[in-house]
Design a protein around this ligand. Structure first.
Ligand code: ATP
Length: 215
């Protein structure tokens, strides 16, 4: 069985940068599935602008027509900070031998040492680090050493063990961020072609990014 991809994020809102990255990795690694896991209370940032219920609805709408894309709402149901390590422990307990691949953008990878129990994450899953415009792989320091020790250029290596390797993978560079999207919507502009139409419709319906006071 091909590895299970796990794509965590605030998804406030989900956009084509997330979706194209997940799609290219689904095909290239290849992954059996990419499971989108919206964070309830992301520990390293301000509270999400949009209610968890609405962020979940947007992720569900965004992935609905892509075979292999699924949504896992467990972090939204959990109290306390949404630590990735907890989710990975649960997934590992569900299938002790399965290859798990945690997908992160390069910006998120650079922050890895600040994550709760970050070293345990690599005991539980591989990391697939997607290129992201504006961010480059570390050349020195802790993460460069980690890449030298655990990095691989061969996606096949992710299928032959359950956890512990790091694959840095190029994806089509799309300079889209949720922050820019929120600013654009507050400014009264249209997010069309940056997010799927179904997500755009939910943004309009909920109005959750439209209040400048909450920017
Ligand atoms: P924000 O601007 O609110 O920080 P974001 O656009 O970075 O949001 P998140 O939900 O925080 O989106 O990101 C979830 C994951 O997706 C992270 O690992 C992030 O690095 C990755 N990611 C987000 N946007 C892109 C993109 N355009 N290209 C590649 N990876 C991305």
């Amino acid at each position: 069985m091909n590895p299970l991809g796990i794509f965590g994020g605030t998804f406030d809102p989900i956009h084509y940068g997330h979706l194209r990255t997940a799609f290219e990795l689904l095909q290239a690694v290849p992954l059996a599935e990419v499971r989108f896991v919206p964070a309830g209370n992301p520990p390293h940032r301000a509270a999400p602008r949009c209610h968890a219920r609405d962020r979940l609805a947007m992720v569900q709408a965004a992935v609905a027509d892509q075979p292999g894309f699924t949504v896992d709402a467990r972090e939204l149901a959990r109290d306390g900070p949404s630590y990735t390590v907890i989710t990975l422990r649960e997934l590992r307990a569900e299938d002790p031998a399965r290859s798990l691949c945690l997908i992160v953008g390069m910006d998120a990878f650079l922050g890895l040492p600040t994550w709760h129990e970050w070293r345990a994450i690599l005991d539980l899953a591989h990391l697939v680090v997607a290129h992201r415009p504006g961010w480059t792989a570390p050349r020195q320091g802790l993460l460069a050493d980690l890449l030298a020790e655990r990095g691989t250029m061969r996606a096949e290596d992710l299928g032959s063990s359950p956890a512990g390797r790091i694959l840095v993978h190029a994806v089509t560079p799309l300079e889209i961020s949720s922050t820019d999207l929120r600013d654009l919507i507050v400014a009264g502009r249209d997010p069309r072609y940056l997010v799927p139409d179904a997500v755009r419709a939910l943004i309009v319906e909920s109005g959750c990014y439209h209040d400048p006071a909450q920017r």
